[in-house]
Design a protein around this ligand. Structure first.
Ligand SMILES: NC(=O)c1ccc[n+]([C@@H]2O[C@H](COP(=O)([O-])OP(=O)(O)OC[C@H]3O[C@@H](n4cnc5c(N)ncnc54)[C@H](O)[C@@H]3O)[C@@H](O)[C@H]2O)c1
Length: 321
């Protein structure tokens, strides 16, 4: 049994770590691998790291055949996620939609057992409309995504569900909350980098920025655990799962978690203007019932535990240098 993880970044590295720790040898495919950052998270000698572009279908096929891949986790996405897609919609649409179709098509042709794709909780928050209240005779029956990034995530969920329905591809989509966690490489989304920046600045003794908005987060280790549970589940039943901390974190909770992780941390309130589009005020809490019941997912890290774990990781990196 071999899992190929496409996209070896913030989340992909943690998925590889879990698989390696339980004795598997995952294939990590990335079009621009970052071996130094990866080596801080996972023992690379126990993985197969390859360079490959999800936009080149034959590259995916070749990797599946060469390494005897039986399941795929697809985490590749456009740089800076919501922010990046607003700046360069065409590239995000290519990578997120066409890239995912390439993965699903390769899985269909080569009979890969299961495909788990990273979606996002932006689909629970970046929505408008739906005045038709689910009445399919009405043009506005359902809310629609309000950013390019969330539109790509909605599209890949719908396409994946049709590959499951019509092509026997055992598809699942993971709606992660805004992810942060140990990772020194490029990548992640605007919010991921805001938490990393806040912790780094606070550890250096300067004033950290506490976002003014409420957000739904997930620690990268929990996002990875949820994904591995979806790989392992005997019967997925439903195929789309919320994978978050199970709560909304407002500015006060964010500040309290930062203080608990870095006693005496200095702070000021404010979301950088450039990140505002990726940080709406999230008020509704995504329902974890399905992920708990079908996958057995339960978040191990609340905001305080997550920030404490990441602050300890940043401290140990600094002292190793
Ligand atoms: N980070 C978040 O806050 C967040 C929140 C919700 C959902 N997600 C989703 O989770 C997934 C993983 O996010 P992440 O934060 O780990 O991203 P990341 O940017 O850290 O990692 C993505 C990786 O994909 C690689 N990649 C980009 N284009 C590629 C291509 N053409 N072919 C092969 N590899 C390519 C990049 O080099 C990078 O290493 C993405 O699908 C993202 O949309 C992330």
């Amino acid at each position: 049994m071999t899992t190929m993880i496409i996209g070896a970044g913030l989340v992909g590295s943690q998925i590889a770590h879990i698989l390696v720790e339980r004795g598997e040898r995952p294939v990590l495919m990335d079009f621009s691998p970052q071996p130094d950052a990866l080596a801080e998270i996972v023992d690379l000698s126990r993985t197969t790291l390859i360079e490959g572009d999800v936009l080149k279908p034959f590259t995916i096929s070749q990797a599946l055949l060469q390494h005897g891949v039986t399941s795929i986790v697809h985490t590749a996405a456009n740089p800076l996620l919501t922010l990046g897609a607003q700046r360069d919609p065409w590239s995000a649409i290519q990578l997120n939609i066409v890239g995912t179709v390439n993965v699903l098509e390769a899985a269909r042709v080569h009979g890969v057992k299961r495909v788990v794709v990273s979606s996002s909780n932006v689909l629970n928050h970046f929505l408008a409309g739906g005045e038709g209240k689910g009445n399919s005779a009405d043009e506005e029956a359902y809310p629609r995504p309000t950013t390019f990034y969330s539109a790509t995530k909605q599209t890949i969920e719908s396409i994946g569900l049709n590959y499951a329905r019509w092509c026997n591809v055992d598809f699942a989509a993971m709606r992660y909350g805004a992810v942060f966690g140990p990772w020194s490489g490029r990548g992640g989304g605007g919010p991921s980098n805001i938490v990393r920046g806040a912790l780094e600045v606070a550890l250096s003794g300067d004033e950290a920025a506490v976002p003014s908005n409420s957000m739904e987060w997930v620690y990268s280790k929990d996002a990875a655990m949820g994904t591995v549970l979806a790989l392992d589940a005997k019967d997925l039943g439903s195929r789309v799962f919320n994978i978050t901390m199970g709560c909304v974190v407002g500015p006060e909770e964010f500040a309290a978690a930062l203080s608990a992780s870095i006693p005496g941390a200095k702070m000021r309130r404010g979301t950088p203007a450039a990140s505002a589009v990726s940080m709406p005020d999230m008020q509704c809490v995504s329902d974890l019932t399905r992920a708990r019941t079908i996958l057995g997912y339960s978040p191990r890290f609340g905001m305080t535990e997550a920030m404490r774990d990441m602050a300890n990781w940043l401290r140990s990196r600094a002292s190793a240098r």
